[in-house]
Design a protein. Sequence first.
Length: 667
Amino acid sequence: MMLMAKLIHNRISFRTKEAKIWLKIQPADVYVPVAKKMQWLQNKLQDENFNKWLTGQNIDKDKDRYLSLEFLLDAPQNNEHAYPLTIDLNKDSPFTRLVLKQVLYEYYKEKGYFVNTSPRVDDMEVLENMEAYEKVRGYNRYRAIRFLLKPKRDELVLQITGNRVLFSSDEVEVAAGQYFLNTQTGLYQKAYKQTRGLLKYSERLQEVPERFAYKRNYKELKAITDDLHANFHSPFFEKPSSKFIGVKTNDIFKVNPSTNQMVFSHEQKHVNAATGMREYGPYKKAPEADKTELLFIFQNSDHANKLYLHLKNGLRQFPGLMSYVGVPVALADKSEQLKYSNPENLSKELKKHIADELKDKEYTNKLAIVIGPFRKYESGKEESELYYQVKNQLLEKGIPSQFVSPKTILSQNFHFSLPNIAIAILAKLGGIPWKLYNKKGNELVVGFNTRKFNGTTFIGNAVFFDNEGQLGGVNGFSAENGQGIVQGLANAIKAYTANQGGPERMIIHYYKPASNEEIRAIDKLLQNNLGLDIPYAILEINDSKSKLDICFDMDFQFLIPISGTYVKIGRDEYLLFNNSRYGDKIASLYEQELPVKLKIAYMSSEVFSKRELISQVYEFSRINWKGLKQKSLPATITFSKMIADFAAHFNGEIPQNIAAQKRPWFL
């Protein structure tokens, strides 16, 4: 397959002017557009006079004190509370980004936008008021546009990172610690004391999230660049270009061609999961599927009966659970079914029901179908917490569960959801919907991801022994446990050795940059503790997909880069495109996946090739059994994230039984 002729970045040329400018520094007594901590400035300036000035201002000992920065063309007038100096934008890239924040703040404030000058360390965000938002009364909808300057490349990255950010339409009382829009300064900021402003709406929206579309995204970004090119003027920067920067040919790569192939029943291969399942069926049916019993937990009998009949007899193109994945629709004893009174009492009623009717220590032949308001974008905080409580109660008995929303059951498009439900049921019972085509060597693949809950970060860990997608183990622990990662790897290696023999190499998919301390700890574990001399590689994989970087294929009408393309965007840093475009046509425009941002953080040996490691990330995205549609993120990362979500609610504890440790109960 040939590489694309024309890929472009969401970046435009953005150059500084060759001139020295003045910087005015003074204490920041209020929230200001551009500010930095005192210690940051001391490290960057290395100026003894500046240190003496800090002493004179009585702020030299407060390293966390913020100082206001203002960039000027002319020397500032005498002010005993300000420190002036000249800087060269062509040499001081940290200051270049700060100058950009100042000028973009001034430009977009004039246009009536609000500005967030520090959504991350180096970038900035503007919020454009779009329209009154009728479904949440009293709030207006804003569009979030984010900018990131790449001074060494003279490029400005821009992306729309949200179309449904809500703030109150009128000024209200804002408590300390809340985020709001300051109508006086035009800034989005955190309130340090009670004040008035436009309050951010932080609750989950009760609607289906807006789907990403490459073509729409390109059109909206192009309008922003055209506006900057026509109207933006600055004494510090040249006129920005309106044209997006093309990707260099030698920065475009393809994963190994065979990574697209998945294997279904009777070793039949296909690149499309929906087609493969429809024409061939699952690769491996659930062990002892004929003994499986479905345990319904429901509030409304009509919902339960309707779902039961559709699983048994099918609906439109869905032929039924038995025909589709080989799982018969056999009900557990009537006494084991549970009709609960209301969601608020479900956990309490289920606990009593388990004590009365499910007295065995573990059940290996049951799967619970839980019907309730648990769909991600329908659930509030209480329903979300209930989801985890119910799932854990069942999992402690070795019973995996499948949650289905009444709204989904009653939908006119329920037949589209049924295959996804069937695939999840099959996997939770130990079956394999499809596996990877490539033969996998004797290697251990381990994923780690996090979830912050009530101020504490928890880590989830998924272990894979082979390329069939079956789990070799599941772990959860608090990030405060300094040995958690190393212990997780030790457990994975020991389990792999007991099951497969010693691994010849190890690949770690990590949620953040690996520190030198962590690498030393892994070396010590392998060489000193386990006596293993095996190569390993660490890949940093962004679990929230690419927030800023993207590419467009200008030779394809929908602008989506072909699946399996990866683009170099920095040193050992890449964008990997996983989507349903496998050739000149796209399988579905319904779900357009953003690329995965990944970095090859460490390789202990040259036995690894970068293409091989990136191809493996792509492969593992193919066994992400969340449904039939191609997923962008690999199973190593998504599974670990879901494990972390669960572990966070139970102080890192996960039940120790077959259903919890060897099967993807979290799907």
